[in-house]
Design a protein around this ligand. Sequence first.
Ligand SMILES: Cc1cc2nc3c(=O)[nH]c(=O)nc-3n(C[C@H](O)[C@H](O)[C@H](O)COP(=O)(O)OP(=O)(O)OC[C@H]3O[C@@H](n4cnc5c(N)ncnc54)[C@H](O)[C@@H]3O)c2cc1C
Length: 373
Amino acid sequence: MSYSDLAPYYELAEAALVVTAGQPFANFPQNTTRFRSRPPADWRDLAAHVESFGHHLGSLPMAKGTPWMIAARGTEFSSYHSIVAPLLTSDLFTLVRGAQVTRLNWNSAKQRVESVEYTDRVSRRLTTMRGRAVVLAAGAVDTTTILLRSVSSEFPQGIGNSRGLIGRYLHDHPKEWWPATPSHRMSALAHPMYLSRQPYDPANPLVASSLTIGLTSHRINTYLRRKTRSFGVQVFGTMIPRPDVGVSLPKAAGAAEESRPLINLRYDQAAIDNMVHARQRLRDVFASAGTSVAVDGPFHSLMPGSSFHFGGTVRMHRSPEFGALDGWNQLYDAPNVIVCDSSCFTTGPEKNPTLTAMAIAARAGDHLADDLL
Ligand SMILES: Cc1cc2nc3c(=O)[nH]c(=O)nc-3n(C[C@H](O)[C@H](O)[C@H](O)COP(=O)(O)OP(=O)(O)OC[C@H]3O[C@@H](n4cnc5c(N)ncnc54)[C@H](O)[C@@H]3O)c2cc1C
């Protein structure tokens, strides 16, 4: 699957998310932008100064909804309110609430998954729901757990796992937050600024970082257009996924519903060094504009799992030897099952994952619908 295969689905997802963004900038794909954000003049000046030095700064694209809105939800975009709720009036859609899926059932005569088993969270009643196809999108850890629990005589290690690949290549975003203090006061940011990844050419493959710069002082400062020296920076780095088993079920627990998944993930020295280098990148950005910024910490320890951006455990690959999913997110072992959350990612870039997961899910769903006609 190439970027151009996915581009139309990015547009669909971005339209649903209602994106507010600034002007396009390098090393960051352009969005379908509904509303424009314009950084304060001093931040625009900084971005213009540093561009020729290979540093690309601009407004972070965000799913902020319309500039003025009243909504009965905690965030501007929520998948339930923005996507699921509008479907409730359709005769073709039924929402089953409180259904904890425990496993998929394999029919060896028909060579396909024929049903999903779930427990009602309130009554604890076990129900089997039959279907022609299954879309699995419970997030990288839970999707993996469901597949590992779906054992049968044909798939003793779980559906999709005939080559023992499910649960491997787990990755998460190495993430840091730290304070940054420019040498002179700058406008308080109502909308965060984003420093996109290093150019691809000189960078080591799969190694990158992005920095999101936001406010640490009182939000009122943005309304009063005040200046401050107090900014917070969130860094996302990359890690190179390894074939080690990342998500597994405890052996003694077998396929029992109650068995909790074990998560095994560590950041190697290269991933840690990349995060440290990101601090220097911010200093370089300010230096190339003839000014400076202090990045003196405190720095917290890097904790795998702290980003909740897990991915990779049911990866897509051209060959079933290296990945459980084909290029349409179908399990090689059971093509009537698509896995379309971030577990299908082969690597985790330095960018937020959800937009890509949404685009991949839309593409895979489209293809599955065609298959079922
Ligand atoms: C604090 C926080 C901030 C984040 N900020 C960002 C951000 O700014 N940008 C970004 O791109 N990403 C962000 N993320 C990550 C983002 O939340 C995920 O990438 C996104 O939610 C993944 O969507 P999903 O539908 O694949 O999985 P989920 O949103 O995890 O949805 C999976 C659903 O499956 C359900 N489920 C799980 N197991 C079962 C089961 N056995 N049976 C039935 N249902 C089940 C879960 O209840 C859940 O509703 C953030 C995450 C956190 C925790």
